[in-house]
Design a protein around this ligand. Sequence first.
Ligand SMILES: CCCCC/C=C\C/C=C\C/C=C\C/C=C\CCCC(=O)SCCNC(=O)CCNC(=O)[C@H](O)C(C)(C)COP(=O)(O)OP(=O)(O)OC[C@H]1O[C@@H](n2cnc3c(N)ncnc32)[C@H](O)[C@@H]1OP(=O)(O)O
Length: 210
Amino acid sequence: MRDAHNGAMARHPGGGFNPPEPTRKGGPDYGRLVAAVRTLQDHVRSVDAPDGVITRAADLIDGVNTLLAPYAADEWASPSGRRTDLPNRGNLLTVPLTTSRAGDRITGTARFARYHLGRNGAAHGGTLGLLFDSLLGQTAAILTGSPYQRTAFLHIDYRAIVPIGKDLQVDAGVDEIDGRKVFVSGRLCDGDTVLTEAHALFVRLKPGQP
Ligand SMILES: CCCCC/C=C\C/C=C\C/C=C\C/C=C\CCCC(=O)SCCNC(=O)CCNC(=O)[C@H](O)C(C)(C)COP(=O)(O)OP(=O)(O)OC[C@H]1O[C@@H](n2cnc3c(N)ncnc32)[C@H](O)[C@@H]1OP(=O)(O)O
């Protein structure tokens, strides 16, 4: 594994945080595959079925895992996160997020799924960190035109519970740039209600930094 990492670094001398190289690998059904796995995750969180149904589902999923296992590839070869034609660049990890640049701001829509449920209808707090790392990372990269940055800190203020299964609004911008340091902040809203606020420091990487 270490060799694979070193090999990837050799092929990416600018560091490990190069912007994704777009690809069409995976073909016309890659987006459907990612969407189907998201739906599967929702079902696994919500299912209340007879044991036999669970056994059959586990068998079917084991079959899919057996089908895919021989094709496991490193992060540079896999299309995950590189399918720029697909929502969230075909990255299963992210909280579904659609953004665009509006002048000196990044705005858009986020939607938490049943998979992201914490308790009592509220999204799990950790999934807010996942959302804001993506949102504020994009904000820092796009608004400064410099993708080689890593999160140094991410501070989250949970103002109100975040509902799952509802389109919510995001808005973010750059507050300050100080040398290699890019300070950004953003918020998640449900109409006029601010649900979550966050601010973060992204540090521009030096050549060769992972
Ligand atoms: C045309 C344009 C293109 C547009 C791009 C288009 C598309 C973009 C595509 C992709 C990108 C999009 C989205 C990105 C999405 C998500 C982003 C996710 C990012 C991550 O999820 S990434 C994983 C989590 N992240 C880590 O895994 C970091 C681990 N960590 C380290 O790698 C180091 O720690 C590092 C590199 C952060 C710094 O290390 P270092 O050695 O380079 O620098 P150093 O320590 O000297 O800090 C320099 C100055 O920052 C200050 N500073 C540092 N840390 C601080 C802290 N915590 N609090 C307050 N100040 C801090 C120092 O005090 C000093 O300040 P000063 O210079 O004033 O003294």
